[in-house]
Structures are given as C-alpha cells and as structure tokens.
Ligand binder design. Structure first.
Ligand SMILES: *Cc1c(COP(=O)(O)O)cnc(C)c1O
Length: 369
C-alpha cells in the first residue's frame, strides 16, 4: 500500500512547544526545574477559575453547551460587543486554523512578516496555503510598505496576520501606524482581504501609544481581533481563546467550528477568570517588576535584548555571550532552567525568556551568568 500524502503535509515541520518540566527532570535527572519557555502566567491560574471549575465537575457526564452561551454573554458584557460578534476557540490557535479553513482554498496565500507567531505559517501550510513574509530590520521591526505591496501584488492573498505585540520579538506597532496599515489593507480589492490582529499580549502592554485595539472593529469591517485566556488569566492548560469580528465573518467561522470545541470546564473557568480583576492586577504588577529586574540584570551582564511589551523578552546571545540561542538554551537546561530557542523563527542569535516569579528570575539570572 502506498499512502498518499500531499506535498505540503509531507514537508510540514510541526509546531515545537516549550520543553515540559517533567521531561527535563527525567532527561537530566534533576529535581528542581523551572520553565520560562511558553509565556505562561508564572503566578498560576486565576483562583476564581479554579474554584468555579471544581463546582461543575459533577456535571462532566453532560456534553458542553455547544453555543458557549455563558462565556459569550460574559465576554459580550466585558467588551461591549454583541454575542453574534464573538467566536470561541480551543485556544486562539484553533481560531487561526478556522480562519484559514474558512477563507482560504489551497493555492491561496496569507501575508505576515518574518518572525511573526509561527502558528500562522503552520496552519496555512496544513491547508495548502502559502505564507508571504515581509522583511525585518535589525531592530526586528517589519517593513510595512513591503507587506502592503505583497497583498497588492498577490491576488490570492486572503488574510493578513499581525500579532501586536508580536511573539517572539516583543515588538509592537503603535496605534497610529496600526490604523494606517489596516486602512491600507482595507483599500485593496474592495476590502476583500481580512486583517487578523492577534492581541494575545495586549493586557501586558505598558506603552501609552497602544490603547485597546478592539475599538478599531468599529472602523474596519474586515478586521478580526484574537484574544486568549492562556496568558494574563493563567489558563493555558484549559485552552480558551476568542475572536471578535463582524457578525458576517463570525457566521462563516461558526459553520466550520466543531460543535463541542470548548469543554465545559474551560467555559466555566474562563467565565470566572474574566471577573478576577485582582488576579489580573497582581499578574500585571508582577510582570512589570519582573521585566524591570530582567532589563537591569541583562544590562549589568552586557547582554543586549529587544525591548518587549509582553510577558517575555528576547535576548541576543550572539552579541552578549558569543553563542547561538540553541547553545545557551542547552547549557541552561542542564542547570534546570528551560528557556525557548527561536531558531525556527529564523532568530538563531536569540533566546526567548518568559518573565517568572522573583525567585525564578533570580535563579535564571544566576544560571545565565
Ligand atoms: C500565546 C499566543 C497565543 C495564544 O494561543 P492559545 O492557543 O490561545 O493558547 C496566540 N498568539 C500569540 C502570538 C501567542 O504568543
């Protein structure tokens, strides 16, 4: 028997997640391992989410609400948008996949920039869709004119993906430039190209020139904003993300969605986390303190880094330590600290570090030294 696999699946390089703690403990025979590799919330999950989940365990024999009523209602009130403008995903990763499945056919293209979140490219390739990437400058800012030009020149470009702030670079596009970019994309082929704005790290932003981006939905009918419960709410393991867009875009995405894509614990947990204001405040405060600590220590160690608006930062291991990101990653692993190599993003000279608790940050700095 010869199994037929399309070329684009045969050549697919699957997503490589951050190395799990247990695996590192087993491999290196060390007990104390800290993980600063997946931009998770170092404070743990939202306490309100934990409590709410425990209460609904008794109903696990029932199928979840396929319409996601309670979470959509809570989000609708939280954001001031109609429930018909919301789509729920098993993590925002699932919505990235749904967007490509809904709006692209094989041979179409998505447009993004180099070293943008790698899930866009992987999801595109799974569906036989090409990814076009605008170039980065040495500060890791992308060439906006080139991106617009790519969309203009490629009549099969259907979607633009932009993470703002971006992972893994931590860079961001201020609101004025962002508006201009979306307006330029919206003017191409009568607004047929959708602009997907991934705001996974938006809550962490401290820069004053990047206010809430959901307000842009009013001006741009071709805009889709993605948000997640995996970062600031501390619920990466529950898998909850959502998209906000016009009811027309959402209705098409809903056709493609699996009916029970969110489990019942996830919906209840996310709904509770949304109201956990003190936990969010605590998380943001801890991140700001941790980020300042890292910036100071990296400065003292003369390790260059790119300024970040997220809960992580990218260091230049080549200029700072004379080693590739992978080499530094491996050396630190042996000492029980998991960072994230980013060679798969084309950034062989860099390493990504998630801001941890004060103790974790202290240990990680020591190990890096
Ligand atoms: C972490 C992250 C997400 C969130 O993914 P989930 O599937 O919701 O866990 C989305 N986009 C970017 C850029 C991220 O870094």
């Amino acid at each position: 028997m010869i199994i037929q696999v399309p070329d684009y699946i045969r050549s697919l390089v699957p997503y490589v997640p951050g190395k799990p703690i247990e695996e590192t403990q087993r491999e290196f025979k060390i007990k104390k391992v800290i993980k600063m590799a997946s931009n998770e919330n170092s404070l743990g999950p939202s306490p309100l989410a934990r409590r709410a989940i425990t209460k609904v365990m008794k109903d696990l024999h029932r199928y979840p609400d396929a319409g996601g009523f309670i979470l959509k209602k809570a989000l609708s009130e939280h954001l001031g948008v109609m429930p018909s403008s919301l789509i729920l995903g098993n993590g925002s990763n699932e919505i990235i996949d749904q967007l490509i499945r809904t709006f692209c056919i094989p041979g179409d293209a998505i447009v993004t920039h180099q070293a943008s979140f790698i899930a866009y490219k992987i999801c595109a390739q799974i569906h036989g869709v090409e990814t076009l990437e605008a170039r980065l400058d040495p500060d890791l800012n992308f060439d906006r004119a080139e991106l617009v030009d790519m969309v203009k020149r490629n009549s099969r470009a259907r979607l633009v993906f932009l993470a703002n702030p971006n992972n893994p670079t931590g860079n961001y596009l201020p609101i004025a430039e962002l508006k201009k970019l979306i307006a330029e994309i919206s003017a191409i082929r009568g607004g047929a190209v959708l602009f997907v704005l991934d705001a996974a790290y938006w809550e962490y932003v401290t820069a004053e020139d990047l206010p809430d981006m959901t307000s842009l939905l009013k001006s741009f009918p071709n805009l889709v904003v993605l948000r997640t419960f995996s970062k600031v709410y501390g619920l990466a393991g529950l898998r909850v993300g959502y998209g906000i867009a016009s009811p027309e875009i959402i209705a098409n995405l809903e056709k493609v969605r699996q009916p029970f894509n969110l489990n019942s614990l996830a919906m209840v947990g996310a709904t509770a986390a949304l109201a956990d204001h003190s936990f969010i405040k605590k998380t943001l405060r801890a991140n700001q303190t941790g980020m300042k600590f890292w910036e100071k220590k990296l400065g003292q160690m003369s390790i260059p880094f790119w300024k970040s608006q997220g809960n992580f930062l990218l260091i230049d291991t080549e200029r700072g330590l004379g080693k590739s990101g992978l080499e530094v990653y491996q050396a630190c692993l042996r000492k029980g600290v998991i960072f994230r190599p980013v060679a798969n993003y084309g950034l062989t000279q860099a390493l990504r570090i998630t801001v941890g608790t004060p103790e974790e940050n202290l240990k990680a700095v020591k190990v890096l030294k």
